[in-house]
Ligand binder design. Structure first.
Ligand code: AHM
Ligand code: MG
Length: 349
């Protein structure tokens, strides 16, 4: 090999090593600062907030990875939550993890979760911490005891006005007010997917580093996809247009059903491969099962940022104004064309 060829080969290798090192060093907090192209106090806040959420994800992932070997991790507590659902021990643990990581952070004054009737205030962080974290600590908790995928969902809002009476009325605002949202997926690896309104980005937890490292930037959901994801056991409880849509899918080539029992997993599949996830209203639950502030609005923010859509069937999820903190909404979310197809059945009736 000539000296010139040797030197070209060396510089190509160097460039490849540099690129892969640069990628390995793209941690979540660095990525946020890059996205905002700023070291302003707001950018620092958001970066620190996401770092704390990542820490919560690592703590929950660590406990889940050894759940079958530890005492008091699996099973129910015997209590029911504000939604009337049986509480799992992991729900309580994960709920407390988020509170613990934000204590003395100076960042978050209030946390609201589907496991707590009222928001949790961290007085020492107020009024400096002008942010509120809304979260579903364990999404898909029926998967906990059988070692299947689970998630956590988060959303960050800026506190508006003073919340002197502790009523948290400013949270009764549409999902467009979210400044960040995303989810953590506890699967074969732990992933964190987030948006701050500048596209959707995924990170994978590298256990050897204890860091979330950038996996994919600016994820775009396919315009159409083969997956439909819905609990068909509820068929008898749905309104006729939703039943008609499902009948259409059954007789049309090119669709495939996937439903894991954890929305975060199903949404992640649809984000990457395209399709539609539905949790419509039922006879027993006319508003469906999923909660607006902790589940449907954050997922809608992520999917819209990836180029998809999220609707109740009649209204964009991000426009829905909640009347109370634990409000539920029907959800139809995913690839633009798949969502439009479902809507076409709703419009006919
Ligand atoms: P959870 O947060 O209490 O676990 O409830 C949310 C979950 C979703 O992840 C999932 O899509 C749905 O509820 C499953 O409910 P169902 O068993 O009614 O299909
Ligand atoms: Mg949930």
């Amino acid at each position: 090999m000539t000296k010139a060829a040797e030197s070209t080969e060396r510089s190509t290798k160097d460039a490849t090593t540099d690129r892969s090192l640069d990628r390995d060093c793209t941690t979540l907090s660095r990525h946020i600062l890059q996205q905002l192209q700023s070291f302003s106090p707001e950018a620092q806040d958001l970066s620190a907030l996401m770092n704390r959420i990542a820490l919560a994800g690592k703590l929950i992932a660590r406990r889940l990875s050894r759940a079958g070997l530890m005492e008091d991790v699996l099973g129910f507590t015997g209590e029911t939550n504000i939604q009337g659902e049986s509480v799992k021990k992991m729900d309580v643990y994960a709920n407390n993890v988020f509170i613990a990581v934000f204590k003395q952070s100076g960042l978050v004054c209030r946390l609201a979760s589907e496991e707590m009737e009222k928001p949790y205030y961290i007085p020492e962080n107020c009024p400096v911490g002008r942010y509120t974290l809304l979260y579903d600590p364990i999404d898909g908790s029926s998967n906990t005891d059988i070692n299947l995928s689970l998630g956590s969902i988060f959303s960050i809002r800026q506190q508006e006005g003073e919340d002197v009476d502790g009523s948290a009325k400013d949270l009764l605002a549409p999902g467009r007010k979210q400044i960040a949202a995303g989810y953590i997926l506890y699967g074969p690896s732990t992933m964190l997917v987030y948006t701050i309104g500048k596209g959707v980005h995924s990170f994978t937890l590298d256990p050897s580093l204890g860091e979330f490292i950038l996996s994919e930037e600016n994820i775009q959901i396919p315009v159409h996809g083969p997956v439909y994801s819905v609990n068909e056991g509820n068929f008898w409880q749905w309104d006729e247009p939703i039943r008609e849509y499902i009948r259409y899918v059954h007789r049309t080539e090119g669709y495939t059903a996937r439903y894991s029992g954890a929305m975060v997993s199903d949404i992640h599949r649809i984000l990457i491969q395209g399709g539609v996830f539905l949790y419509p209203g039922t006879v027993k639950k006319p508003e469906g099962k999923l909660r607006l502030l902790y589940e449907t609005a954050p997922i809608a923010f992520v999917i819209e940022q990836a180029g998809g859509r999220a609707t109740t069937g009649y209204e964009n999820i991000l426009d829905v104004v909640p009347k109370h903190l634990h409000q539920r909404t029907p959800l139809i979310v995913g690839s633009k064309e798949n969502v439009a197809k479902v809507e076409s059945f709703l419009k006919q009736n």
